[in-house]
Write a protein that binds this ligand. Structure first.
Ligand code: NAD
Length: 332
């Protein structure tokens, strides 16, 4: 039984707490700077609570932590937690800039601890199965891909004006909050982004000024990939389309299915995945993190994969600001 500290018990922190508890493999404690929220969480889930990270670390006894605070706090907290010898699951995006990446990378190497990032699309059955088909070579040489995705964000997160979302400096806006999931999933399937041109701005969400749509023309190596996503549209739909020399592949996240169409065919051969709730994905991710602590190989997003997606986030923001194409040098 691992002892885990959930840091930040807002929307996603509470979900991690509930989903780690559901694995039956972790003893949990909560940490949040908001006293009223902390009290509610501690009462509801019958867990010990700490009002600050310093206070929690002083009490000792944790094997790991799940960092669920806004993104600008992720790496400063990771640095402190690695110094204290804890394993880490860090919420996405990894950070809002790369300043602390080298220092945290060194701290990971020094400590030998498990560090993963909670890009939860890795635990969607349709994404994982489609990736396996691509890696088995079922599409042949990959030629082109696109993603069309969006939802009406205020319906799913009515408090969007009051949280990190309202400011890019705390991880807000469509690029760092939502597009980052899609790009990380595509990087997991196709390899890292190498070139970005991004058009993004604010169009519709009331009470904020951050971008609420993004159009991206990217290259993942030689593969051209386009992304179109909004946070104001009516449908909650997310479609990935990947074309290869032998076949095309389509993932419909909202239908929990993926399909192949061989060249020359006219119908999709659909593979329906078992229906899952959102918590089920987070339980699978929690179980994978606990497996990783036992030394097992998992599908968790690695620190370096999340650094790469952070590089994309920064490049997309820079491109949108300046109207320029940004080239990403290959990672060493
Ligand atoms: N994987 C996903 O699908 C998903 C979904 C939502 C949010 N997120 C990510 O999770 C992170 C948190 O998002 P959220 O929606 O839960 O935000 P939130 O505002 O609901 O919760 C953040 C919590 O952190 C607490 N906090 C802030 N500073 C703190 C500190 N110094 N010490 C302790 N607690 C502190 C706040 O009091 C708050 O309760 C963000 O990085 C976000 O991008 C991921």
């Amino acid at each position: 039984m691992s002892s885990l500290l959930i840091i930040g018990c807002g929307s996603i922190g509470e979900r991690h707490l509930r989903c780690f508890a559901a694995t039956g493999r972790a003893q949990l404690s909560a940490c949040d700077a908001n006293p009223a929220l902390l009290e509610k969480i501690c009462t509801q889930y019958a867990v010990p609570g700490f009002s600050s990270l310093d206070e929690a670390l002083a009490s000792g006894g944790f094997d790991g932590a799940v960092i669920c605070t806004p993104a600008h706090l992720h790496l400063p907290m990771a640095r402190q937690l690695l110094e204290a010898g804890l394993h880490l699951l860090i919420e996405k995006p990894l950070a809002t800039d790369q300043t602390l990446v080298p220092e945290v990378r060194e701290a990971i190497a020094r400590s030998g601890r498990v560090v993963a990032v909670a890009y939860v699309y890795h635990f969607m059955a349709a994404v994982a199965a489609a990736r396996s088909a691509i890696l088995r070579g079922e599409l042949g040489r990959l030629l082109e891909a696109s993603v069309v995705s969006g939802q009406h964000f205020p319906t799913f997160r009515p408090a969007y004006r009051e949280i990190y979302y309202r400011d890019r400096r705390t991880g807000g806006g469509a690029i760092q909050d939502a597009l980052t999931h899609l790009v990380n999933a595509m990087e997991w399937m196709l390899g890292p982004v190498s070139r970005v041109f991004c058009d993004a701005s604010h169009r519709a969400l009331e009470g904020v000024e951050v971008e609420d749509f993004a159009h991206v023309a990217a290259r993942h190596g030689e593969i051209p990939v386009s992304y179109a996503m909004t946070q104001f549209q009516a449908p909650n739909e997310h479609v990935f389309l990947i074309h290869g020399e032998l076949a095309s592949l389509r993932i419909e996240i909202h239908q929990q299915r993926w399909g192949l169409m061989q060249r020359g065919e006219t119908q999709w051969q659909w593979r329906q995945c078992p229906p899952v709730e959102r918590d089920t994905l987070f339980m699978a991710q929690a179980a994978a993190f606990l497996d990783a602590l036992e030394g097992k190989t998992t599908d968790l997003c690695s620190f370096e994969e999340a650094v790469q997606t952070l590089r994309f986030n920064e490049a997309a923001l820079q491109s949108a600001n300046r109207g320029e194409v940004i080239h990403l040098s290959p990672l060493p």
